[in-house]
Design a protein around this ligand. Structure first.
Ligand code: NDP
Length: 312
């Protein structure tokens, strides 16, 4: 059976950065890329807020660059998904989707989170052409334009407020007759003149020749006074929650009520010694590439120290 000192799961900024640090520390890390090699950034167009790229960088290109940096220091990057783990004995054992079993002295979980979408075909059709699930990443491209944010939680209110600072007009498409968000966030969007909340609205589809030009919406769907109309917008932002990709670890690793991995405050340590978590899978709050990269670095340093302390 194959054995490694450091196994990294996930290939976003957290996983690749952990691989750079673990590689430079001579841990010969093995990294499984997961479902989406390169992670969420491969779904965005341009990244303008990652330090070191004054002109911005294509998300795919940036992930390719970080990948090459990890390979340069000897990280063994592999396609594949971890489908099963046993953190109950040491070394830990992990099973891949092709049935390989690998033993690891330390594990860094960097499996990220996936934005939830409504499930409309048009979301796929216009992905990167008017559809986004990250206002901080893409809001800048909609300066002085009209956008809609879907959702009525804290994230939606936060994204709508952020976009209102850039855009001409922001609609919030909220399916219920009220916002689920906290009072302070509710007040913030209600008092913002640029934000108009469309309660009891659902989205049926999107339209546009070259990118999004509007949304087909329905008000009070299924009621006697149901009303369908087209809402002209340039951007359609999803803010209906994220799902951390942590299901496979749940039998062993403590997670919060929404599935995010719980770590010891300020560190990437989990409830299992020798297993660390980095990036969005353990971060319900910031969800930024630079934060994920930083936590990947921390996780690799922690793994290195753990292995040294245990003489592994
Ligand atoms: P939430 O689950 O709180 O809210 C999701 C929102 O999306 C709800 O309004 C929900 O509607 C709506 N929604 C879900 N599915 C659909 C759908 N299929 N169609 C239309 N609307 C849909 O997620 P958030 O990401 O907003 O927040 C997650 C957690 O993070 C919360 O605990 C939140 O408080 C916290 N958070 C805190 C922040 C802060 O304090 N600054 C900032 C951001 C998040 P419905 O209400 O009808 O279910």
């Amino acid at each position: 059976m194959e054995k490694t000192r450091c196994l990294i799961i996930g290939s976003g900024p957290a996983g690749y950065t952990a691989a750079i640090y673990a590689g430079r520390a001579n841990l010969s890390p093995v990294l499984y890329c997961g479902l989406q090699t390169g992670g969420q950034l491969t779904q965005t167009t341009e990244v303008e807020n990652f330090p070191g790229y004054p002109e911005g960088v294509d998300g795919n290109q940036m992930m390719t660059d970080i990948r090459q940096q990890a390979e340069r220091f000897g990280a063994d990057l592999r396609d594949g998904i971890i489908t099963k783990v046993d953190f109950g004995k040491r070394p830990f054992t992990l099973t891949t989707d092709s049935g390989d079993i690998i033993e690891a002295d330390s594990v860094i979980i960097a499996t990220g989170a996936s934005a939830k979408y409504l499930g409309l075909d048009d979301e796929k059709k216009y992905n990167g052409q008017g559809v986004s699930a990250c206002a901080t990443c893409d809001g800048f491209f909609y300066r002085k334009k009209t956008v809609a944010v879907v959702g009525g939680g804290d994230t939606a209110c936060e994204e709508a407020s952020y976009l209102a600072g850039l855009c001409k007009k922001v609609y919030m498409i909220v399916r219920k007759p009220y916002l689920r968000a906290s009072d302070v966030m509710k007040k913030r969007v209600e008092e913002n003149e640029k934000i108009e909340i469309l309660y009891e609205h659902n989205t049926l589809g999107l339209y546009g020749e070259n990118g999004v030009e509007g949304a087909h919406v329905v008000k009070r769907k299924g009621e006697a006074d149901e009303e369908r109309y087209d809402l002209p917008i340039d951007g359609f932002f999803l803010a209906i929650g994220h799902k951390p990709n942590t299901d496979v670890f749940k039998p062993w690793i403590d997670v919060d009520e929404t599935g995010y991995i719980k770590t010891v405050d300020g560190t990437p340590r989990t409830n299992i010694e020798g297993v660390f978590a980095a990036g969005d899978c353990a971060d319900p709050t910031y969800r930024q590439a630079i934060v994920a990269a930083g936590s990947g670095c921390k996780a690799a340093l922690e793994a290195e120290r753990y292995l040294a302390a245990k003489g592994l």
